[in-house]
Design a protein around this ligand. Structure first.
Ligand code: BES
Ligand code: MN
Ligand code: ZN
Length: 500
């Protein structure tokens, strides 16, 4: 885990492998942003370098210069904040988060990093700390014995005059825990699907519980227990694979909890489509089809590590969707946990089947609210692209609360409707429910399908993260290529919101 601390000593005096400073785009030319605290000769040196390099100060512009006189660190990294002036001290928190992350993401062969960006108050210090820690993530991969592991960032110090303020210190601790949670979710998603399948996912969660400082209760239902418990959705999806399905329940139940939040995650460890096999190009990123479950697991541990006074229960709906002689067929009718029968129309619409059972199970514990998070539909990406999640709910007030949590976390999301008119697309002639509607509005009919499994009166929200969970392009801001860890920030904020 990368440590995060704060210091009110001059950043240029701190011993580190690199000092990160910010630039702004002041009329097309880069200027050193406020908060650097450099002595005048050092600042002039940096300014001359910026001019010589034709730097612009744009977001995602990261430049490294060496041996700045008067700076203890041998490297100075300059990261762009975008439009601003050398005197601007107040920046959007997500702008700060991304700039700090772009810098740490670019750093090679550095252990200790000092970050001195313009901050004003604990929330902006938190944003800088989070961004720097998110950007420090590296996926180790599966390597042979000859590979040399890259030097990782182990310590981040954020320079701020408020380093002695209690809330600022707490923000640094929270940033470290959140970044570690996001890293755990990213690692789960990046792990190849021959290594991460339902049972090994469950094992990973158990292993993390012994290293985490707080106690989470973990329960695993295997395929026999799922069959016995009437979880027809998850059993049906999992029956085509030699890696049988699991339902993992993680509970953080602190004394004197003020509220209870249930989090349900789609955990398809590989989505081939099943008998309705995906085309080759549709399968390339499908190891990431468990990103919702990864975000849920990571969040429950983070809530426990922070000791939040909220009961948080995570439900990981784990299965592998494969074609085989035992696989589910289109036209099969299965009975879900709550007794509802569903006509399978397309075995590639498997996420809603495992989530339907997970939402039923969550409801049985009578939580105050339920949130599910899932890489559910390609339609989400058609509607909102690769970076913005769609949020639907059975309650507008609750939906807006989840959207607000996402915004505060810097995770882009947008409220989407669940139009009652579309519900009739889910009528079936042979079962209680058909399991998909028309192609158009596919994100919304998937949401309407899930709504059928929510206990009347329980506020529920559905977060479709098909796009933002996995970055197929190159890195940007604090987001690496591959798994993004999207959702951990939103879910943790929401739980904190219930902590008051
Ligand atoms: N896991 C996919 C959705 C997905 C697609 C996530 C692309 C990330 C990137 C899901 O299980 C799926 O296959 N959905 C189908 C549903 C359809 C058959 C109703 C889809 O969106 O095409
Ligand atoms: Mn699918
Ligand atoms: Zn899927």
């Amino acid at each position: 885990m990368t440590t995060v601390s704060v210091s009110d000593r001059p950043a240029h005096d701190l011993k580190a492998d690199a000092l990160v400073l910010a630039t702004v785009d002041a009329d097309g030319k880069a200027a050193l942003a406020a908060g650097h605290g450099l002595p005048r000769p050092a600042a002039s040196h940096v300014a001359a370098q910026l001019a010589a390099l034709h730097a612009t100060g744009a977001a995602d512009e990261v430049l490294t210069i060496a041996a700045v006189p008067g700076v203890a660190a041998p490297r100075v990294v300059l990261t762009g904040l975008g439009k601003g002036t050398a005197r601007t001290t107040s920046f959007d928190h997500e702008v700060l988060r991304r700039a700090a992350g772009a810098a740490s993401r670019s750093l090679k062969n550095a252990n200790k990093v000092v970050v001195a960006l313009p901050t004003a108050g604990e929330e902006s210090v938190a944003a800088v700390a989070e961004g720097a820690a998110f950007g420090a993530y590296r996926y180790a991969g599966v390597r042979g014995p000859a590979a040399k592991p890259a030097k990782a960032i182990t310590a981040i110090t954020v320079a701020t005059p408020d380093a002695r303020v209690k809330a600022v210190k707490a923000a640094a601790t929270r940033a470290a825990i959140l970044a570690d949670a996001k890293a755990y979710a990213r690692d789960l998603v990046n792990t190849p699907p021959n290594q991460l399948f339902p049972q090994s996912f469950a094992d990973s969660v158990k292993a993390r519980n012994t290293t985490a400082t707080a106690k989470v209760t973990i329960k695993v239902l295997d395929e026999k227990a799922l069959e016995k418990g009437g979880f027809g959705g998850i059993v049906g999806v999992g029956q085509g694979s030699v890696n049988p399905p699991r339902m993992v329940t993680l509970t953080w139940n602190p004394p004197r909890a003020t509220a209870s939040v249930a989090l349900v995650g789609k955990g398809i460890t590989f989505d081939s489509g099943g008998l309705n096999l995906k085309p080759a190009t549709g399968m390339t990123t499908m190891k990431s089809d468990m990103a919702g479950a990864a975000a849920v697991a990571a969040t429950v541990f983070a809530a426990a590590q922070l000791g939040l006074p909220v009961k948080v229960t995570g439900y990981l709906c784990l299965a592998e969707n494969m074609p085989s002689g035992t696989a589910q067929r289109p036209s099969d009718v299965v009975t879900m946990r709550n007794g509802t029968t569903v006509e399978i129309l397309d075995t590639d619409a498997e996420g809603r089947m495992v989530l339907g059972d997970g939402i039923c199970l969550a409801g049985e514990a009578k939580p105050d609210v339920i949130v599910d998070i899932a890489t559910l539909t390609g339609a989400q990406m058609v509607a909102l692209g690769g970076r913005v999640a769609g949020i639907m709910a059975n309650d507008d007030t609750f939906r807006d609360r989840v959207v607000a949590a996402a915004a505060a976390a810097g995770e882009a999301a947008w409220a989407m409707p669940l139009p009652a008119d579309l519900r009739k697309q889910l009528d079936s002639t042979v079962a209680d429910l058909a399991h998909k509607g028309e192609r158009w509005g596919g994100m919304l009919t998937a949401g309407l399908f899930l709504k059928e499994f929510v206990t009347e009166g329980t506020p529920w929200a559905h977060v479709d993260i098909a796009g933002p969970s996995f970055n197929e392009g190159s890195g940007w801001g604090y987001t690496p290529k591959g798994a993004t860890g999207y959702g951990v920030g939103t879910l943790l904020r929401l739980v904190e919101d219930y902590a008051g």
